[in-house]
Design a protein around this ligand. Structure first.
Ligand code: HEC
Ligand code: HEC
Ligand code: HEC
Ligand code: HEC
Ligand code: HEC
Ligand code: HEC
Ligand code: HEC
Ligand code: HEC
Ligand code: HEC
Length: 441
């Protein structure tokens, strides 16, 4: 029974297909006659073969049904293709599996529209191997490998039939990035760089896009264009280099943003941020074991967390390094003219200053992006964590008062004046020794 029904179905499908092909051939012949006159002039850059493909594929409404019930349009804009960088290559080179002889119909079932793009886009690698290699190292490719099928592949950023030369990527529309990062593009458009029509790729690159908050790619991009910037800051900002390391550029240059502190697990021996080992994510489970309720790490919990990381091997191998940054990706793109940037030391160097009211602890996750856990602001003030938080971020009460005092001195002494600087440095050194002494005893 079941067998005969199948046979019947197959026979009717075959009949259907025959009809379809007959219909398409008729359409193709008719279209060829019409298009060959009008289109030949416009598409004269195209070979005879390509024009034959287009005889069917320029038809509006030509669709293909996929296994999941979806349909994709099979219409290709011949005029745009003729103007594209690939017009000389021709359709058949990229579509070797879809020749006149073997289609329509398509013999192998196509699962869905995304699966289709992912399969077909592989052809790009055959001629652009170097770029493909760059892309493979990107956060986008890494997300893709981790199963995020919506992370961009080549054809999400380059329309395959209308690829234009490099100069055609429009900063004014944010293309191709804005297609997926529209809120960021909207924020960016009115920023200093958006107005200067810099493309997203001038900071992030186009292919080797790296995670935004790990590594130095972005800071180096800033410094690559603004070469004298360290010297410019040194004129008014003591320890400018240290500020550049511990405060993200947008934290001062996006003045309306909400700022926060991220305490990063840091490997003192390897001199780099601690990363999750491939396949054994420990951070989240360790956080859960010291903060079962998920209320945010308090000082004791943070201490235990660090002890956990330091259990095997060298003492104090793993510590924390603070970084002051903005809270959201949108805020990172609202950079203003520098006259509006934060210059007021008290915005940060004051007890209870608001960047210190929001704290996270983070590790580098398997895809290179940070994995974060919330912490209570008290971890910055507690003596238990002074040891691990270290430096400026352990802003215990006495520390902050002393810092206020020093700042007053620095301001009185005139920030730009060498005497002021030296006094501040000398006092800080003395102070650092005192803290050090306390910790030893
Ligand atoms: C007679 C009309 C006709 C001609 C000529 C034609 N196609 Fe098609 N093509 C179709 C139809 C109809 C489908 C959908 C088939 C299906 O649904 O099974 C299709 C599907 C496709 C697909 C999508 C499926 C896949 O394998 O990726 C591509 C790509 C394609 N054609 C490229 C070409 C190229 C390249 C040429 C020229 C060498 C060409 N076609 C010539 C009618 C035509
Ligand atoms: C540089 C390589 C390349 C060339 C040249 C090329 N294609 Fe494609 N084509 C692709 C890729 C890749 C896809 C898959 C796009 C996607 O869905 O992401 C595709 C998809 C298609 C589809 C399916 C519908 C769609 O747009 O996704 C059709 C039909 C098609 N091509 C026809 C043609 C025809 C006709 C020509 C010549 C006029 C041509 N192609 C030239 C790479 C190419
Ligand atoms: C996230 C978006 C994005 C993805 C994914 C992407 N590109 Fe690009 N690509 C761009 C942008 C934007 C440019 C313009 C150049 C620039 O701004 O540096 C570009 C430029 C190019 C260029 C010409 C310029 C050059 O740098 O030589 C080629 C060739 C290219 N891409 C091929 C590819 C291939 C092949 C893939 C897939 C492996 C791919 N692209 C994936 C965005 C992307
Ligand atoms: C058969 C080889 C071949 C394939 C396959 C191919 N390309 Fe190209 N591509 C070229 C050639 C040749 C050029 C022209 C280079 C030039 O003019 O310097 C080019 C140029 C480009 C450019 C513009 C380069 C520039 O300097 O502005 C982009 C972007 C691009 N290709 C992307 C893609 C994408 C995306 C795919 C897959 C859909 C793809 N290519 C598939 C050969 C190929
Ligand atoms: C097809 C969709 C798509 C396109 C197009 C696209 N992206 Fe992405 N991108 C994603 C997804 C999905 C993520 C994962 C993070 C997320 O959900 O925001 C991501 C992540 C990123 C990240 C890392 C974020 C982090 O947390 O560190 C950066 C940076 C980035 N994209 C920049 C770009 C740039 C620059 C372009 C254009 C050249 C671009 N993207 C184009 C989908 C896209
Ligand atoms: C002037 C340099 C610059 C330009 C241009 C730029 N970005 Fe960014 N982008 C940054 C910085 C800096 C960060 C945040 C880094 C940090 O917090 O340390 C960032 C972060 C991101 C993130 C991660 C956001 C998150 O949630 O953590 C994405 C996605 C992103 N950018 C996409 C884009 C897109 C899309 C464009 C174009 C519309 C763009 N960027 C233009 C500098 C830039
Ligand atoms: C502590 C806050 C702070 C940090 C951190 C900071 N800036 Fe600035 N920046 C300012 C202020 C305030 C000005 C304006 C100074 C003036 O006008 O005298 C400025 C000025 C500038 C200017 C214009 C100066 C010129 O040469 O004309 C640029 C460009 C700049 N910053 C880039 C950066 C970059 C890149 C980073 C990160 C590597 C950064 N800034 C980090 C506060 C900061
Ligand atoms: C591709 C080069 C380029 C990169 C990369 C770049 N900028 Fe810029 N930046 C510019 C240009 C161009 C302007 C606009 C100058 C103007 O309009 O006066 C500008 C303006 C600025 C200004 C305003 C300066 C003023 O005088 O008001 C600041 C602040 C700034 N950039 C900070 C940054 C930061 C922070 C980064 C990294 C996240 C960065 N820039 C990356 C080129 C760049
Ligand atoms: C956006 C916040 C912010 C602003 C504004 C700011 N700082 Fe800082 N400053 C920091 C952070 C964070 C550190 C810690 C660096 C570290 O521990 O690595 C720091 C470190 C310092 C240090 C070194 C202290 C130490 O413990 O080693 C001095 C001195 C200092 N800042 C002075 C100033 C002065 C003077 C101003 C105003 C002209 C100023 N800062 C503006 C955030 C800021």
């Amino acid at each position: 029974m079941g067998g005969s029904r199948k046979v019947g179905a197959a026979a009717s499908a075959a009949f259907h297909t025959d009809l379809m092909i007959a219909a398409w051939l008729a359409i193709a012949l008719a279209m060829l006659a019409v298009t060959s006159m009008s289109a030949r002039a416009a598409d004269s850059a195209l070979s005879q073969l390509d024009q034959q493909c287009l005889a069917c594929h320029s038809a509006k409404g030509l669709e293909m049904k996929l296994a999941d019930g979806d349909k994709i349009s099979l219409q290709v804009d011949g005029a745009a293709f003729a103007k594209s960088v690939h017009s000389k290559i021709g359709c058949a080179v990229c579509h070797a599996s879809t020749s006149f002889e073997n289609h329509p119909p398509i013999k192998t079932k196509i699962a869905g529209s995304r699966a289709y793009s992912i399969e077909r886009t592989k052809v790009c690698d055959t001629c652009h191997a170097a770029i493909s290699k760059l892309y493979e190292g990107s956060i986008h490719a890494s997300l893709f490998r981790d199963g995020n099928t919506w992370a961009p592949v080549c054809t999400d950023c380059h329309s395959p039939h209308a690829v234009k030369a490099k100069a055609a990527y429009e900063a004014s529309t944010g293309a191709p990035c804005s297609k997926c990062h529209d809120p960021i593009f909207k924020a960016y458009a009115s920023s200093v760089h958006g107005q200067a029509t810099l493309a997203c790729s001038s900071c992030h690159n186009a292919h080797d896009v790296s995670p935004a908050t790990t590594g130095d790619q972005l800071k180096n991009a800033c410094l690559g264009c603004h070469q004298d910037v360290l010297a410019a800051h040194q004129k008014w900002l003591p320890n400018a280099k240290q500020h550049f390391d511990a405060v993200s550029c947008p934290a001062c240059h996006s003045p309306a943003a909400k700022r926060k502190v991220d305490l990063r697990l840091y490997d003192n021996v390897a001199q780099e941020r601690v990363a999750e080992k491939e396949g054994v994510p420990e951070f989240e489970s360790r956080v859960r074991s010291v903060d079962a309720k998920g209320a945010g790490l308090d000082a004791m919990a943070l201490h235990s967390l660090l002890r956990g990381f330091n259990r095997e091997g060298i003492d104090n191998k793993t510590t924390l390094r603070g970084r002051l940054e903005v809270s959201t990706g949108v805020e990172a793109h609202q950079l203003t003219r520098s006259a509006q940037a934060i210059r007021d030391c008290a915005k940060c160097h004051q007890q209870g200053a608001d960047p210190f009211q929001s704290v996270t602890v983070s590790i580098v996750g398997p895809d290179g992006r940070p994995v974060r856990a919330g912490a209570k602001p008290e971890v910055l003030n507690s003596m238990i964590s002074v040891d691990s938080v270290g430096g400026f971020y352990a802003i215990g009460g006495t520390r902050i008062k002393l810092l206020d005092w020093l700042l007053a001195l620095a301001v009185l002494g005139g920030i730009g004046a060498p005497l002021g600087h030296m006094t501040v440095r000398w006092l800080f050194k003395k102070y650092a020794k005192r803290i050090g002494g306390k910790e030893d005893s």
